[in-house]
Design a protein around this ligand. Structure first.
Ligand SMILES: Nc1ncnc2c1ncn2[C@@H]1O[C@H](COP(=O)(O)OP(=O)(O)OP(=O)(O)O)[C@@H](O)[C@H]1O
Length: 490
């Protein structure tokens, strides 16, 4: 049979679609391509262009398959690739809402395996077009990954200022690289070598950005069970390193065996062994750890193995590492507090998360958007609180307020105005709930330190059992430490 060729008009159109399929959806380039596909030249925003673009692609493809379903191999090169990409674009958008529903269901039931009812139809459609079974499955996996990335980057990180748009673009590239075609071909299961360092002031959203990366990783699809092999809610494991005294960090990271040190009454699994093969570990406050721990982490990143405290067995770690700090990393390096070798191994990708002050400077509307969102999360839909909050911000803080606590401070400000109808920003410099209450400046001895640590964990988790589990001490010892700490604090 003669190979099919697209008309010049179809080729031009589908070439654009092919480019759109693999271009970062948060980039200006992508918006321009979709604008051309949709035929809209009215300056409309991307969300309003997209439905039109999707419809145009579908209509053109349906016209091509008037007589029979499209078979990719019937087309001559280079039309073959162009048509394949257009079919992927079409399939992705056809099932986008269904994929979002799977994300919602997984968020509502984090440990459940969620059935994907449309998967057989989606896979059959791609196979009918001529994709091999493995490749069709890979695309289903990629579609789900793209949808999650979109969900977490777009919905959880509010703001349209240029620096937020840049952040979104950078996060997307961090997950899929700048060329998703290469990612799909060569890298989808090899991202472990790309570690990430997030930099930015306290409360600006580094943890939220890290979660977006960590929950958007590749997850295999199990065709026999018709569900994804793992819940994305379990693929991201955060740890705030500043919460742990030096003596316990190693055990929290790598685990320990029973009896490996005084008080280790049972074995404890560290976060490196809890992380799934396709998951990510988030090391928050990485600037706070000693050079000894940096050396141990460097070894994990280089050799991909680690050993629990008290055990020489080498365990493999194949997840990704994301780290963050609000400290000035260059100063830490020049002071010798942050090792260069560790820094270079950690920052395959260094992403700056903008301060709230910068964001508002670029786009003043961002302040009100964040206020509205915070109010909605506290009090649902209501129109009464926002004017009151904006009024207090304007009169008490003024237009040029620096927001030193960033978005976290803004959230605190909203709560304060709802309760007291006031906020003066005076306490925010020290108000950082993610920071440990442990202050080692007064050089406590090891017992006092442990007692404080138990008390801190007890404040956070509320039960002796949980503190015992985390410290690998028995409950009575934990209780004794907490009581001692409270007595000393009185
Ligand atoms: N762009 C944003 N849109 C909406 N909410 C945001 C945004 N950035 C941050 N937040 C919210 O601000 C709060 C603080 O964010 P987060 O914990 O991610 O900051 P952080 O930089 O990791 O802080 P720290 O340096 O103290 O660890 C969270 O409640 C988060 O949801």
């Amino acid at each position: 049979m003669d190979q099919l060729k697209l008309t010049q008009s179809d080729r031009n159109f589908f070439e654009l679609v092919s480019r759109a399929t693999f271009t970062n959806p948060f980039s200006p380039e992508r918006v321009e391509i979709d604008r051309r596909i949709s035929g809209r030249n009215d300056g409309a925003s991307w969300p309003s262009i997209m439905p039109q673009a999707v419809k145009e692609v579908s209509t053109r493809l349906r016209t091509l398959e008037e007589t029979a379903p499209i078979k990719i191999k019937d087309f001559a090169h280079p039309d073959r690739t162009i048509i394949e990409h257009a079919l992927l674009f079409d399939a992705f958008h056809k099932y986008a809402y269904e994929l979002d529903a799977i994300i919602d269901q997984q968020l509502a039931s984090p440990d459940k395996s969620i059935d994907v009812p449309f998967a057989p139809e989606l896979l059959a459609g791609l196979r009918t077009a001529g994709l091999a079974r493995d490749r069709a499955r890979r695309y289903l996996e990629l579609f789900y990954q793209i949808r999650r990335a979109f969900f977490f980057i777009d919905k959880n990180l509010l703001g349209r200022s240029p620096s937020m748009q840049k952040l979104r673009m950078n996060l997307w590239n961090n997950i899929f690289t700048h060329d998703i075609l290469h990612y799909e071909r060569y890298l989808w299961d090899k991202m472990e070598d790309f570690s990430t360092l997030l930099l930015g002031p306290t409360g600006c959203g580094k943890g939220t950005a890290a979660a977006a990366i960590g929950q958007s990783g590749y997850i295999p699809f199990d065709e026999n069970k018709n569900c994804f092999a793992e819940s994305f809610t379990r693929t991201f494991i955060p740890i705030n390193l500043s919460e742990y005294p030096e003596s316990l960090i190693e055990s929290e990271l790598f685990g320990h065996t029973k009896g490996s040190f005084t008080g280790a009454v049972s074995a404890h699994e560290g976060i490196f062994s809890l992380c799934s093969p396709h998951g990510s570990i988030f090391l928050d406050e990485i600037g706070d750890i000693s050079t000894q721990i940096q050396i141990k982490l460097l070894r994990v990143l280089q050799e991909r193995t680690f050993s629990p405290v008290g055990n020489h067995e080498k365990l493999r770690f194949s997840g990704r590492v994301i780290a963050a700090t609000n400290q000035n990393i260059d100063s830490l390096r020049s002071e010798g507090k942050f090792r260069d070798d560790f820094y270079y191994r950690l920052c395959s990708d260094c992403i700056a998360v903008p301060s709230l002050h910068q964001r508002i400077k670029e786009d003043p509307a961002e302040l009100e958007q964040l206020v509205n969102r915070t109010i909605a999360s506290i009090a649902g839909d209501n129109t009464e609180f926002a004017p009151m909050v904006m009024d207090v911000i304007k009169s008490r803080l003024g237009k040029h307020y620096a927001w030193p606590g960033n978005v976290r401070e803004l959230e605190q400000c909203v709560r304060s105005v709802i309760i007291k109808r006031d906020y003066d920003g005076r306490h925010c410099q020290t108000a950082n709930p993610n920071r440990s209450t442990i202050d080692i400046s007064d050089e406590p001895d090891a017992q006092q330190l442990l007692a404080r640590y138990c008390a801190t964990l007890y404040d956070k988790y509320g039960t002796l059992g949980e503190v015992a589990r985390r410290t690998a001490l028995d409950r009575r010892t934990v209780k004794k430490h907490i009581e001692r700490h409270c007595k000393n604090a009185d």
